[in-house]
Design a protein around this ligand. Structure first.
Ligand SMILES: NC(=O)c1ccc[n+]([C@@H]2O[C@H](COP(=O)([O-])OP(=O)(O)OC[C@H]3O[C@@H](n4cnc5c(N)ncnc54)[C@H](O)[C@@H]3O)[C@@H](O)[C@H]2O)c1
Ligand SMILES: O=P(O)(O)OC[C@@H](O)[C@@H](O)[C@H](O)[C@H](O)CO
Length: 451
């Protein structure tokens, strides 16, 4: 099918992920004549990369590498789908002007887990409102005033019900700013806030000097927006806009569905849960990248124990779960990408709360005892936060550095659950790490079955 109608995209976020995922898909759609449009990037916060992107005409190189169907794939693309960038902190009128162009049909966003929030101090008159949903509400209001059709909004943030949460924030701004009922109705009837689940390991700008030099030599110049990622991708979207955005027809692993939640649970608990439960201990053990972890016998065994003996049995253990678990091992073993443990370790406390802790509690509920590997990873997390490699909010880092295992586990603001029962188990592993060293502690927990 040829799709010639002009359909433009407003993209909130200029980060590595969107450029290595959505922009890659749109670029390919256009190459295949399935999409006639472009992307305008809006920088969601004051500090960002938009000026850097603009300096290189918004074009950049993307490397996708891995093994596909047993074959080594190393794809290099020159992505030129972004027409321009707007920094609403500098050019607010230009930003609002986007609402006047009827050809904009899609909005995509990835503003991290912190982006979909309401700031009650924001004013409608602010140029711009501080939060992403505040800025979006300002744009949508202008669109409504212009009596133009609404948007299909595709949220990519890794939070539950991202589309719904974004819409809730917009509604909250309507209330705060006392905007009229008609606008609220227009939001409901003319716009679709789709929740989506994204999956691709995007390693971004190469952190390894030798790799960077090699890629730069291939490209022939210094690309400050150079992006790297794995080949694997999956985008599960609530809704069905295949006729307007023929992602499946273009061959992408895209699922249009009416419920994203089972896909999300599987991905967050297995893939992200495996990352978060492995990286802190592995870092204490002295490794730097995910690939190194897979090559190390001890960490490899630990990872497999967490995935196959603990996470998958806790979440259901279906064939799909098992297939996904095996795919995760393969993806983590990707010899072509260097995924830094320290970049995964960023903000690990909140990640642990969402990606690992629910599995520990579900496992306890289902089997009557706590899973050894995942409980151990909580001890490793606490130990890691006592080192100067921890990177989190100031408040979290101070609390984690100054408190005991017991006080940390009793903090309901961090864990949102009662973890009293878990204290002796985590304390045992924490003491073991301190007394015998991380290597011996790993060796012990790998063999342990029941706690
Ligand atoms: N890198 C991956 O492999 C991967 C894969 C799937 C999902 N993700 C998710 O994507 C998110 C971004 O990852 P990235 O690699 O693009 O990071 P990045 O640092 O390159 O980009 C972060 C983007 O988020 C925006 N942002 C940051 N804080 C914000 C805030 N408070 N409000 C609004 N916008 C804000 C920035 O402006 C920037 O556009 C992560 O939170 C991650 O959970 C990443
Ligand atoms: O991106 P983060 O920092 O939220 O989490 C680190 C990784 O677990 C994550 O980036 C995965 O690689 C990604 O979610 C795969 O789709």
């Amino acid at each position: 099918m040829e799709n010639k109608e002009l359909k433009r995209v407003i993209q909130f976020g200029e980060g590595n992920f969107l450029r290595g995922f959505v922009d890659d898909f749109l670029y390919e759609l256009k190459e295949k004549n399935l999409f006639n449009g472009d992307v305008v990037v809006v920088q969601p916060i004051k500090q960002g990369m938009c000026d850097v992107l603009e300096k290189q005409d918004c074009n950049y190189n993307l490397y996708l590498r891995g093994i596909e169907n047993g074959q080594v794939v190393n794809e290099h693309k020159f992505i030129d789908i972004i027409s321009h960038c707007i920094n609403p902190y500098i050019s607010f009128e230009e930003y609002l002007d986007l609402a006047n162009d009827k050809n904009f049909r899609f909005i995509v966003s990835n503003t991290t887990e912190s982006g979909i929030v309401v700031n009650e101090d924001d004013k409608f008159e602010d140029k711009p409102a501080s939060s992403f949903p505040g800025k979006l509400t300002q744009l949508l209001y202008k669109r409504y005033e212009n009596n133009l059709p609404g948007f299909i909004v595709l949220s990519c943030e890794l939070i539950d019900n991202n589309g719904l949460e974004l819409k809730k924030c917009v509604n909250k701004y309507i209330e705060l700013w006392e905007l009229e009922e008609g606008f609220k109705r227009w939001i409901d009837t003319e716009n679709d806030f789709c929740s989506t689940l994204v999956d691709r390991i995007v390693t971004g700008y190469p952190k390894d000097e030798a790799e960077l030099k090699k890629l730069e030599a291939e490209i022939g110049y210094k690309d400050l927006c150079l992006d790297t990622a794995e080949i694997f991708h999956q985008w599960v979207i609530e809704g069905n806009y295949e006729s307007e955005l023929p992602l499946q027809e273009a061959g992408f692993n895209v699922i249009w569905t009416d419920d994203v939640s089972p896909y999300k649970k599987r991905k967050v608990r297995i893939l992200n849960g495996a990352h978060t439960s492995m990286v802190l201990g592995a870092r204490l053990y002295g490794l730097s990248t995910v690939r190194e972890c897979l090559e190390d016998e001890t960490i490899n065994k630990f990872l497999r124990k967490c995935i196959f003996k603990e996470i998958i049995p806790a979440i259901g253990g279906s064939d799909e779960d098992l297939k996904f678990g095996n795919a995760v091992i393969e993806r983590f073993s990707n010899p072509f990408i260097e995924h830094q443990l320290l970049s995964i370790a960023l903000n690990s406390v909140s990640k642990f709360d969402v990606r690992v802790l629910p599995t520990i509690l579900e496992y306890r509920e289902k089997f009557g005892y706590y899973p050894a590997g995942l409980s151990f990873s909580m001890a490793a997390l606490i130990k890691f936060y006592k080192t100067n490699e921890a990177n989190d909010s100031e408040e979290v880092m101070k609390f984690m550095a100054e408190n005991s295992v017991e006080d940390i586990l009793k903090n309901r603001d961090l864990w949102h659950s009662d973890l009293i029962e878990l204290i002796p188990i985590v304390q045992k592993y924490y003491d073991m790490i301190n007394e015998n060293g991380i290597e011996k502690a790993f060796e012990y927990v790998i063999e342990e079955e029941v706690i």
